[in-house]
Design a protein around this ligand. Structure first.
Ligand SMILES: [Zn+2]
Ligand SMILES: [Zn+2]
Length: 415
């Protein structure tokens, strides 16, 4: 027997309703926020991620699925959703569309990670990227969108927010960081030593205990913000309070990707039992389009891991709504198949979900089967019923039987 590759997961029929619900929620939000879907390929030229995600990140250094194709090109399975969308935005001149352009996607992402709870080598992201809006309203609205997504599943995680500042504040901050870390870097992990040279900001994101301790007393970006960035951040906080978004300012928050400017955020569960469980995040990256060869274009976006969300809900004991309901099982007690097929078709044409006997089962076995698959009703059709144009419907959950004329059949289910 051949097994599933390490770090991957089947979505089996008994849990696929959860995925259907995720898609339904996304469709509802697409409608409410007037988002447009974008689909980009599963793989891109490796260079896109090296430039777009940043070559000092773990994703690019350690986790990418990169291979040479038969034409000798270096190809990478997408490790995240944003770079491909930005590439497509530039390549297809989407900047000529009316802006802002509010896009969303649901895509598999591939990262060669050490498999552990909630971390898979193939995972799925729901992401949204808003191009061409640099306003604080856009920052607030996209946080509302993510927050509405979570609320649809009955949770309201805290969103930690921080402001990494504009390039001006960043310059001052990074030199303050260098000054702070210079005498300490010899006591920090080898990764941080590298980061000190390439991107000191990422030292703050280190998970190694010694580094975490040193990081606690590092200078904070909030003390290096220019007046404009300070005002903007205050405005955002006011808006979020007004919109009822559950946020918290976290001056130590940095994110694992290099391309953020100004706003960054992360949705977490602060329940101490579960640890600080990151459920999703994003921010503003106003330089990325230009870095990938386009004209300057402000963008704000987020990504939410779906497998991680579902695992989280499971750990919390929160049920995902199951919309997979069988309205009626049509049981046949006759050899006259034609009228049965007609009734099944009539029901389906009226958007009533139904199944019929496909396995030559006895009437008793059909009832058993209907019960096993959680049919809400069983409609029995025999020769007598066909003659009298009257049927018996048994409601399986209530155990109640109803006699009904053929003309009232649809009304019964739609009632
Ligand atoms: Zn600034
Ligand atoms: Zn470190």
């Amino acid at each position: 027997m051949i097994n599933i590759p390490k770090g991957t997961k089947d979505v089996l029929p008994n849990e696929s309703y959860k995925w259907n619900e995720v898609e339904r929620v996304v469709q509802t939000l697409r409608h409410r926020y007037n988002l447009h879907e974008i689909k980009t390929p599963m793989f891109e030229h490796t260079e896109l991620f090296v430039r777009g995600v940043g070559n000092s990140t773990d994703i690019v250094n350690k986790e990418m699925y990169t291979f040479t194709d038969k034409g000798g090109r270096s190809i990478t399975l997408k490790p995240e959703g944003t770079a491909g969308v930005v590439r497509s935005f530039i390549e297809n001149s989407l900047f000529n569309e009316p802006l802002p352009l509010k896009l969303y996607y649901i895509t598999p992402c591939f990262r060669y990670e050490r498999p552990q709870a909630g971390r898979l080598r193939q995972h799925t992201q729901f992401g949204s990227e808003w191009f061409g809006c640099d306003s604080v309203e856009a920052d607030a609205e996209i946080l509302m969108l993510a927050s509405d997504f979570y609320k649809s599943f009955g949770i309201n995680p805290t969103v930690l927010i921080n402001n990494l500042g504009c390039s001006e504040c960043r310059k001052n901050y990074i030199s303050a960081l260098k000054e702070f870390f210079a005498p300490k870097i010899k006591d920090m992990c080898p990764d941080c030593a590298k980061r000190f040279e390439t991107n000191p900001l990422r030292i703050l994101d280190c998970k190694v205990e010694e580094c975490k301790q040193i990081n606690k007393s590092a200078p904070k970006i909030s003390d290096y913000l220019c007046e404009d960035c300070k005002t903007r951040f205050e405005q955002l906080k006011t808006l979020l309070t007004k919109l009822g978004v559950n946020y918290k300012f976290d001056p130590m928050l940095v994110r694992g990707l290099d391309y953020y400017t100004n706003l960054i955020f992360e949705f977490v569960d602060e329940d101490k039992k579960l640890g600080q469980n990151a459920l999703g995040g994003g921010g503003r990256y106003n330089n990325l389009v230009e870095e990938l060869g386009g004209k300057p274009m402000p963008v704000v976006g987020f990504g939410i891991g779906i497998e991680r969300l579902l695992l989280y809900l499971e750990n919390k004991g929160i049920e995902v709504k199951n919309n997979q309901v069988l309205d009626v099982y049509v049981a046949n007690a006759t050899n006259n198949l034609e009228p049965i097929v007609k009734i099944v078709k009539l029901l389906r044409d009226n958007n009533i979900s139904c199944e019929m006997n496909l396995s030559n089962r006895s009437l008793k076995a059909q009832f058993k089967y209907a019960d096993k698959i959680n049919a809400k009703n069983v409609l029995v059709i025999g020769d007598d019923e066909l003659k009298q144009k009257k049927f018996t419907i048994k409601n399986l959950s209530e155990g109640k039987q109803t006699e009904i004329g053929e003309e009232d059949l649809i009304k019964y289910f739609k009632g």
